[in-house]
Design a protein around this ligand. Structure first.
Ligand code: AMP
Length: 116
């Protein structure tokens, strides 16, 4: 069950601000408030979905492709396509997800440490 009061839902409703890098009709990209790398951007779709599984289940094909095309566009905008980056999506308690609205992290700008 989607929690309409999660912080990203509030950002989408413009109840709280974010440091936006890109937005279109399907998604919003903004800087993480607590960056774990020199560049740390979050990307969220605008539909109500709790995690990756939920997003793929609920979104139509146009929304799905639009979201991932936007990820690519943001990578280009950040100028990180050559040096590289890491994309992460935490899901559920085992995945360490804190905010229950599907999101991806884009980490870049320096060498990102090993996964563990
Ligand atoms: P996760 O653990 O994958 O759910 O990540 C949630 C992320 O959201 C964390 O990296 C937080 O630093 C970030 N975050 C929480 N609140 C905000 C906010 N108001 N603006 C930007 N990033 C946020």
């Amino acid at each position: 069950m989607y929690d309409k009061n999660n912080i990203f839902a509030k950002i989408l409703r413009k109840e709280i601000p974010c440091n936006k890098i890109y937005e279109n009709e399907a998604s919003l990209f903004f800087y993480d408030i607590n960056p774990q790398a020199k560049i740390h951007v979050l990307g969220i779709p605008k539909i109500e979905c709790s995690d990756f599984y939920d997003f793929v289940r609920l979104a139509d094909k146009k929304t799905l492709s639009s979201f991932f095309e936007s990820v690519s566009l943001v990578i280009k905008k950040l100028n990180i396509e050559k040096n590289g980056y890491r994309i992460i999506s935490n899901s559920g308690s085992h995945g360490g997800q804190e905010v229950p609205h599907f999101h991806i992290h884009i980490l870049a700008g320096e060498k990102i440490g090993s996964l563990r």
